[in-house]
Design a protein around this ligand. Structure first.
Ligand SMILES: NC(=O)c1ccc[n+]([C@@H]2O[C@H](COP(=O)([O-])OP(=O)(O)OC[C@H]3O[C@@H](n4cnc5c(N)ncnc54)[C@H](O)[C@@H]3O)[C@@H](O)[C@H]2O)c1
Length: 271
């Protein structure tokens, strides 16, 4: 259903790998709501060509490869995107995460520091890189909106989330710090949405993910929030209905974050 919430708005969407990706759903919903955008992902992630299918279904959106840790790629992306879209943009989705330590099964206490650097650069500093590029090029309209995706491991320990927890803490901190400066200069708002565990390529890379999803489901009064619901929330954050929300970490998790324990979980401990 469309309410034309993003009619006339232009943006850049990072991170649609396949049709399970949260960014994929955001692109579909943003298109339905009347937005025009450029899709981007790391060159290596485009090898399977999946993103072209999404581009086609989103009014033949332009696809521009960019490694979010590479400043030249980001500069090229913003130049080409603003040229193609005919001027400044209104929204950016940062939906990027990857940890080589998680991928290689390195325990948090035995971290590989080269991997750790990569985790932080890809999953958190990339937001700073994207914002700095946009800021220097003055590429975002006043009252524009930037959303990055986070996870509650930024605040609480989830042992197998590994160094991604540290990356999410940094991501949320960059959101506040850059949100301040960009807010002052251009009223650009920057927020993170802290999403329920969701079955995607990045999500299922975490050890014991299925059990983790089931636990969160039983702990959340509303149940886990799905990726389509997440996309709806992102759309509302890109819209003019949320103009004064900035520098926040917004939980989108069916109430999980504020539940100490649920009856469903207690039930499982009864002898
Ligand atoms: N799935 C979950 O349970 C969950 C929960 C909370 C938050 N998130 C966050 O949502 C975001 C999107 O993840 P997803 O679950 O849709 O999985 P996904 O695997 O579909 O998306 C991750 C994306 O990051 C991209 N990426 C990796 N390295 C990159 C680089 N160097 N440059 C540019 N892009 C790069 C990948 O190509 C991929 O498109 C991530 O930040 C993730 O941490 C996911």
């Amino acid at each position: 259903m469309s309410n034309n919430l993003l009619k006339g708005k232009k943006g850049i969407i990072f991170g649609a790998l396949n049709d399970m990706s949260i960014a994929w759903k955001v692109a579909e919903r943003a298109h339905e709501e009347g937005a025009e955008f450029v899709l981007t992902n790391a060159p290596i992630a485009m090898r399977m060509g999946e993103i072209n299918k999404l581009a086609e279904s989103c009014g033949n959106a332009l696809v521009i490869p960019a490694d979010a840790t590479d400043m030249d790629d980001l500069s090229n992306l913003f130049d080409k995107a603003t040229e193609h879209l005919g001027g400044k943009i209104d929204f950016i989705l940062h939906s990027i995460g990857m940890s080589p330590n998680v991928r290689k099964g390195k325990h948090y206490t035995e971290t590989n520091y080269d991997f750790y650097h990569k985790t932080l650069d890809i999953s958190a500093m990339s937001l700073h890189r994207v914002l700095k590029t946009a800021y220097e090029k003055d590429a975002v309209n006043d009252w524009g909106s930037v959303v990055a995706l986070s996870y509650i491991a930024a605040q609480r320990v989830f042992p197998d989330y590994n160094d991604m927890a540290d990356a999410k803490s940094l991501l949320e901190s960059i959101t506040r710090s850059f949100g301040y400066h960009y807010g002052i200069r251009n009223k650009v708002r920057i927020n993170t949405i802290s999403q329920s565990p969701t079955m995607t390529t990045a999500g299922s890379g975490v050890k014991g993910f299925d059990e983790f999803v089931a636990y969160a489901e039983d702990m959340s009064p509303l149940g886990n929030a799905g990726s389509i619901e997440c996309a709806n929330y992102v759309v509302s954050m890109f819209s003019d209905l949320t103009k004064y929300v900035t520098m926040q970490n917004l939980f989108h998790d069916g109430g999980y974050s504020f539940t100490g324990v649920s009856e469903k979980v207690i039930e499982k401990f009864k002898q």
